[in-house]
Unconditional design. Structure first.
Length: 126
């Protein structure tokens, strides 16, 4: 009998898929037919800065990943994504100062995710 080798990144992705599916179900319940599907951005770099790879970070001394969701309204798609530690911490700090207010980084993330999703759709047509 062979032992299956577990990859931390695969485990994180599997958990992220479960969380994204849960977020989708919640969004579907809240927004109805406006939510049509979900997709997970798995680019090599953070969609916030497009410069740093996504990796685990420390929150209250524990390893964590920053999983987030963005609704790409033109297609009704919930796009799940991870952020790098620098971008996640920037958003956490700004949210502490101005709760519920989007930052310019949010706009960058949304633009980058929308572009990545459109590239993904184009690759399906190829």
């Amino acid at each position: 009998m062979s032992a299956k080798r577990h990859n931390h990144q695969d485990d994180s992705r599997s958990e992220a898929d479960k969380i994204l599916e849960m977020m989708y179900r919640q969004g579907k319940a809240q927004f109805g037919d406006a939510m049509k599907s979900f997709w997970f951005y798995d680019g090599d770099f953070c969609p916030g800065c497009l410069a740093r790879p996504v990796d685990k970070m420390k929150i209250k001394g524990e390893d964590a990943l920053s999983i987030n969701g963005f609704i790409y309204r033109p297609r009704g798609v919930l796009i799940g994504y991870f952020l790098c530690e620098v971008c996640a911490n920037h958003i956490f700090k700004e949210a502490a100062k101005n709760p519920f207010k989007e930052t310019p980084l949010h706009a960058d993330i949304e633009r980058n995710l929308a572009e990545a999703y459109r590239r993904y759709l184009s690759s399906l047509d190829a």
